[in-house]
Write a protein that binds this ligand. Structure first.
Ligand code: 5GP
Ligand code: ZN
Length: 110
């Protein structure tokens, strides 16, 4: 079982920010910005590249809700998904990085 599936089933603890039946948002263990959340589907999907468009739609609404909860809607934030080897994807369970809390706009950094 992959590391994020273990987070979903509670085998590995996490700092949950928002949760519903289908998605989980939690703090990245090694934050690269003041706010660094990860958003995952509870169902194992290996990457953005194989995500059904319906899931993308539902995740969009979930991320918007997370942004409200984190109070970053006005200041702004960045959403990133790393895909495959050249994309730098380390965990093979679809996730979006939500970066915020300071200026996070440089594409060259994480
Ligand atoms: P990737 O490089 O695959 O896009 O990002 C994986 C992210 O997962 C990294 O930012 C890394 O810090 C985070 N991560 C890896 N293992 C764990 C863990 O056990 N718990 C949490 N909260 N984050 C993790
Ligand atoms: Zn998984």
């Amino acid at each position: 079982m992959c590391i994020f599936c273990k987070i979903v089933n509670g085998e590995i603890p996490n700092k949950t920010l928002l949760e519903d039946d289908d998605f989980l948002a939690f703090e990245d263990i090694n934050p690269s910005r003041k706010i660094h959340a990860l958003v995952i589907p509870k169902q194992h999907i290996s990457s953005f590249d194989v995500m059904p468009p319906k899931v993308m739609g539902e995740m969009t609404a979930f991320i918007q809700k997370l942004a409200s909860k984190l109070e970053i809607k006005d200041s702004g934030y960045r959403v990133i998904s790393n895909i495959g080897e050249h994309g730098g994807q380390e965990v093979k369970h679809l996730h979006f990085h939500i970066l915020a809390g300071e200026y996070v706009g440089k594409l060259v950094s994480n």
